[in-house]
Design a protein around this ligand. Structure first.
Ligand code: NAI
Ligand code: MG
Length: 353
């Protein structure tokens, strides 16, 4: 029997509630297709930070290296500043493991009310491909004259040709594999003087290698409006770290609930483990109530198995999710139902059969 070794980091808040439902669904599909899992749980979180002063141990990255993949709930909690939780856990994992692709599918499912008028399932079905390790999310910069009236703050965005070309390459390849063969680039070359015109030039350069792909580009401001005005236009949308981050919440927001949306942090070369997580955070406002929607985590689990080569498990989880949504079985509050996290998780398990 095939055995998959997964590092599990439930993290904070609802992360601890949704991850068990992801595991439940993966186990059910594993039983069906003869795949066994070895789950190794790490309690790295803001709670751990309070106890130890660190989000993860000093050799955390080393400990994770031996796994096939990392399954993460969410990190961040009131009491620990968000930049500490992010820079102490998520960002080091993304960077050390060269997870330079952040892939976020956006899809409107049957059974999920769409906040955009007149859209039906099938109308919204695209991917946001976000650069995940450089760009605007940089630690280069500083504060001078701190605490005085003369404070000066600088924050550098860092774009490398290697980093930009490899994310564009991934996005073009993804677009090439899809029927629409359409790629949209997020830019802001009218306002950002150096990096964005250069980004556009790298897109144009790469486009020459993909003559079948229809390429367009939009400034980030009108692009956000277009997600709402004409989501059916999009197929693969590629953006820098910051633009991609914004778009990948807006996209799922346009399909009803961000709680369904998954996020894959991928090292395409498979030199290191990749990490799979729901898009949403730890949701302190509903944590502990048992009402969080586990579908984003379940979908992230499906992407994890697809990355590891188990398309059958991916497809089985997706079909089960679709069934549960279509039949409005056990929906959580964010989708207009009244089911608990566990009830929805069990409905998916049952649908996997
Ligand atoms: P959030 O995603 O945690 O919550 C935003 C809103 O959506 C809240 O009203 C919440 O109740 C709701 N929501 C989120 N997930 C849900 C689910 N599964 N089911 C039902 N409702 C859900 O974003 P927020 O409030 O900005 O951040 C809270 C904390 O999470 C912060 O500390 C933040 O840094 C962290 N965070 C962590 C992320 C990660 O681990 N990748 C991503 C985003 C935020
Ligand atoms: Mg985000």
């Amino acid at each position: 029997m095939a055995k998959v070794k997964i590092a599990v980091i439930p993290g904070d808040g609802i992360g601890k509630e949704v991850i068990p439902e992801g595991i439940r669904a993966l186990e059910a599909a594993g039983r069906k297709f003869g795949v066994e899992y070895e789950w190794t749980e790490f309690d790295w979180s803001c709670e751990t930070y309070h106890k130890t002063g660190r989000m993860m141990p000093e050799d955390g990255i080393e400990q994770l290296k031996q796994f096939d993949a990392i399954y993460l709930g969410a990190v961040g909690y009131p009491g620990v500043p968000d930049h500490i939780s992010l820079w102490g856990l998520l960002l080091p994992i993304r960077r050390e493991f060269e997870q330079y692709v952040n892939l976020r599918p956006v899809r409107l499912f049957e059974g999920v009310p769409c906040p955009l008028a007149g859209k039906k399932p099938g109308d919204i079905d695209f991917y946001v491909v976000r650069e995940n390790v450089e760009g605007e999310y940089s630690s280069v910069g500083g504060i001078q004259y701190e605490g005085t009236e003369h404070e000066v703050v600088s924050q550098q965005a860092i774009f490398t040709r290697r980093g930009t070309d490899r994310i564009l390459r991934y996005a073009f390849d993804l677009a090439q594999s899809r029927p629409k063969k359409h790629l949209s680039s997020a830019t802001k070359s009218n306002g950002i003087y150096h990096s964005m015109p250069w980004w556009d030039s790298r897109v144009a350069e790469m486009a020459k290698e993909y003559p079948e792909i229809n390429v367009d580009q939009y400034h980030i401001d009108i692009l956000t409006a277009n997600f709402v005005r004409m989501p059916e236009h999009f197929d693969v949308v590629v953006g820098s770290n910051l633009f991609g981050d914004i778009l990948s919440d807006l996209g799922p927001g346009c399909t009803g609930t961000i709680a369904i949306a998954p996020s894959a942090n991928i090292n395409p070369e498979k030199n290191f483990p990749s990490m799979f997580e729901p898009v949403h955070g730890s949701a302190p406002d509903i944590a502990g109530k048992g009402i969080a929607n586990p579908l984003g985590t379940i979908w992230a689990g499906a992407m994890m198995m697809q990355h590891l080569g188990y398309d059958n498990i991916h497809d089985s989880l997706m079909e089960a999710m679709e069934t549960v949504l279509r039949e409005a079985k056990a929906l959580t509050g964010d989708m207009g139902g009244s089911a608990t996290t566990i009830e929805l998780g069990k409905a998916v398990e049952e649908a996997i059969g």
